[in-house]
Design a protein around this ligand. Structure first.
Ligand code: GLC
Length: 451
């Protein structure tokens, strides 16, 4: 895959010179009240586009209620900012398909969409390829966001995307079936085996088991539960005993105890959500977005009958949540970078995050929003607990070759889970292929640091 280096659009040459003011504890660009032509003048871009509104296209996920909230916020921006038209570009649900689509667009230097919804793991790859613009020139208030979310979006010191919402993996549990959530894998199995044997609900625990990125996040949570990691610095450690224990536990839950149904091996985020929402599963591992639609009694059979808890742990580890989520970045080939920044600035304001939390259930990336009493009504768990989970969440390896590393791991995890290989052998193979990849890329042992 030949990563192209982008010819940078107008704003990269001029840097941002617009004024910034403090309002209600967060910085907003006064530009929303400034005529578009004045803004372009300030950015030194005025001569590049003849009159008429700029059109900014925004790629976004439509998972659960995500499409509804994005459309609503973009329509509002449209009404409030007559000089900029915004259009939404829906993207596929599965993270890997979205990634493939972006790689294809950006390799082809497509100018549309101007704004990319980027997964937490893609920023280093896209930044290193020159596909997204550094944002520092727009003076974003990085101190207002969780440090972990900002760190995930820096590459070689520059910020390349602004955190939009944080995802953390959580255990959804039925409050009418259990008096408390299981804390360990043993306790979960003890509680779930009789339920599954009775056939009601038909499934015990459901999660994302298809061969794609979601499976890596589930595995990461089992792995952390047994005290393991994917990488230790620049050394691949996934094949070590905690990894084997984690993968064996997942496989036994499917094929030995039946706690997890075999069909998860083809499931992404939405299938488990539908199963749990229809009352067919006792427990589910999923991201915060699932809470929004499941709380809506017009479409959910479990509204008011579920809660969330940290994922269980095994011996030697701790409750682990994979760190994920979405960032907004500007396509380096966009002719409308300045206008795109205004849309990003708007979508990442505290009030939009609060609205997103109340409609979709997604966690804000700005820390101050957690002190707003309105967030308590919006989230499925107390904001202080959500904040603690975010702060303890475990990132996936931060490297421009993450996608290739993950692909190797996905194949081997799925082989073991579908009984085509023993967990130990599958992980040994994944470990050596991943290490070889890092070494080849000059990022492994003795090479340049992974970040
Ligand atoms: C969610 C997370 C993302 C993760 C993906 C896996 O979209 O936000 O970080 O990679 O799920 O399916």
């Amino acid at each position: 895959m030949g990563h192209a280096r982008a010819a940078l659009a107008c704003p990269t040459r001029v840097g941002y010179r617009g004024s910034v003011k403090k309002t209600g504890g967060h910085r907003v660009l006064r530009v929303a009240t400034v005529a578009w032509s004045a803004l372009l003048g300030a950015l030194g871009c005025a001569s590049e586009r003849p009159g008429g509104p700029a059109t900014v296209t925004v790629s976004g996920s439509v998972l659960g209620a995500e499409g509804r909230i994005l459309r609503r916020q973009l329509e509002r921006f449209d009404r409030e900012t007559p000089d900029i038209r915004v259009e939404m570009r829906p993207t596929p649900d599965a993270a890997d398909l979205r990634h493939q689509l972006y790689v294809q667009w950006l390799n082809a230097r497509a100018t549309d969409p101007d704004i990319l919804q980027v997964d937490a793991i893609w920023t280093p790859e896209f930044a290193a390829a020159g596909w997204i613009l550094p944002l520092d020139r727009f003076a974003p208030d990085t101190a207002a966001f969780f440090p972990v979310t900002i760190e995930a979006n820096r590459w070689r010191g520059d910020l390349f995307a602004l955190p939009w919402f944080v995802d953390v993996g959580m255990l959804y549990w039925r409050t009418d079936l259990f008096s408390e959530p299981p804390e360990t894998w043993d306790a979960l199995e003890r509680a779930v085996i009789p339920i599954v044997a009775g056939g009601s609900p038909r499934y015990g625990l459901v999660w994302q088991g298809a061969r794609y990125e979601g499976l890596v996040t589930v595995f990461l949570e089992y792995l952390g539960g047994f005290g393991g990691r994917i990488l230790d610095g620049d050394r691949v450690t996934v094949q070590e005993p905690p990894g084997v224990l984690a993968l064996t536990t997942m496989r036994d839950q499917i094929h030995r105890t039946g706690v997890v149904p075999r069909r998860v091996l083809t499931w992404h985020e939405e299938e488990p959500r539908f199963a749990f929402q229809n009352g067919e599963a006792a427990l589910m591992r999923n991201w915060p977005y699932a809470a929004g639609p499941m709380q809506d009694s017009t479409q959910s059979r479990v509204a008011g009958r579920f809660a969330v808890a940290p994922m269980p742990a095994g011996p030697g580890g701790r409750h682990t949540a994979a760190f994920g989520g979405a960032q907004l970045a500007i396509n380096a080939f966009s002719p409308e970078a300045a206008a795109a920044w205004l849309v990003i600035e708007y979508l990442t304001r505290p009030e939009q995050m609060l609205e997103r939390a109340s409609i979709v259930g997604q966690f804000p990336t700005r820390t101050a929003v957690y002190d707003d009493p309105a967030l308590a009504d919006a989230l499925a768990i107390p904001p202080a607990q959500a904040r603690a989970i975010v702060e303890a969440a475990v990132p996936r390896p931060v490297t421009p070759v993450y996608t290739q590393l993950s692909e190797i791991l996905q194949i081997q995890l799925h082989r073991a889970l579908s009984l085509q290989a023993e967990p130990r052998d599958a992980l040994a193979r994944a470990g050596s292929e991943m290490q070889a990849l890092l070494d080849r890329a000059g990022l492994g042992r003795g090479g340049v640091a992974v970040r």
